[in-house]
Design a protein around this ligand. Structure first.
Ligand SMILES: [Zn+2]
Length: 255
């Protein structure tokens, strides 16, 4: 069986010495990985990983809502956004997606600047014809409104936590949901999986976060747990779910 983790953070900060072991375990389990950058530093880290593991790593470069606190340093981010957008564009032949990008009303403060940056990232994705991986914490309606304006179809809603009516809007737009490994205990994602056509579903881990195992740091190999849970919820064979979701990612990301 082949698998794909369409969204995770393989930052040096999170995986100090074990990054190579983590990627090799993914390779051993036939898991392709789309690691995401969120700022200049992590965008470059993702590109470096791709050079080292070209058949496993498919980079996604992004700009996280810059006024939201960095997961690593717990500080606000300060860098030249337009310069970073140029950098991402200059690497368009190496990257698979734009992301993660979006808006965050929980951790952010300057929503006007978030919206400006988000729009620039959508416009970049359209210009270079790449799918976008979207973050929308507590900003779901605003994010969906903006995306609908652009009428762009290659959209993956990562770890979507919005209400049922918003889930329905996403489904009607035929945007994809990437379902995290925390689905093993999270009823919200279980409900999305039960109600959404399989061709709109993908798998992610959001590593190192959202582990399916309480006592283990998450990693891309664990994406298999999402497949198992979806198979159980949809009463299907794991291999069929794995194949369909793998092809969904191929269709949208070209992996
Ligand atoms: Zn993430």
């Amino acid at each position: 069986m082949n698998y794909i983790d369409v969204h995770c953070h393989l930052d040096e900060f999170f995986y100090k010495d074990d990054i190579d072991a983590v990627i090799r375990r993914a390779m051993g389990n036939n898991v392709k990985i789309i690691p995401t950058g969120v700022n200049p530093d992590t965008n470059r880290q993702v590109l470096k990983l791709q050079e080292k593991y070209p058949n496993t790593i498919y980079p996604s470069l992004g700009i996280y809502p810059p006024d939201a606190l960095s997961k690593e340093t717990k500080k606000k981010q300060d860098y030249d956004i337009d310069k970073e957008i140029k950098f991402i564009e200059s690497n368009k032949d190496k990257i698979t997606a734009i992301g993660e990008v979006g808006m965050d009303f929980k951790d952010g403060t300057d929503f006007e600047q978030q919206e400006k940056t988000f729009r620039k990232m959508i416009e970049l994705a359209i210009k270079i014809d790449k799918p976008i991986v979207i973050h929308s914490r507590k900003a779901e309606i605003k994010v969906i409104d903006i995306l609908e304006e652009y009428n762009y179809k290659k959209i993956v809603m990562h770890c979507f936590c919005g209400k049922h009516s918003q889930v329905r809007r996403i489904r009607e737009n035929k945007w994809c949901f990437s379902i995290p490994t925390s689905i093993v205990r999270d009823q919200h994602f279980q409900k999305i999986v039960k109600e959404t056509p399989l061709f709109l579903l993908m798998t992610e881990t959001d590593s190192p976060f959202l582990s399916p195992f309480k006592d283990k740091k998450n990693e891309p190999s664990f994406v298999i747990e999402t497949i198992k849970k979806i198979a159980e919820l949809r009463n299907m064979a794991e291999i069929d779910v794995a194949n369909i979701l793998y092809r969904n990612a191929e269709r949208v990301f070209g992996t």
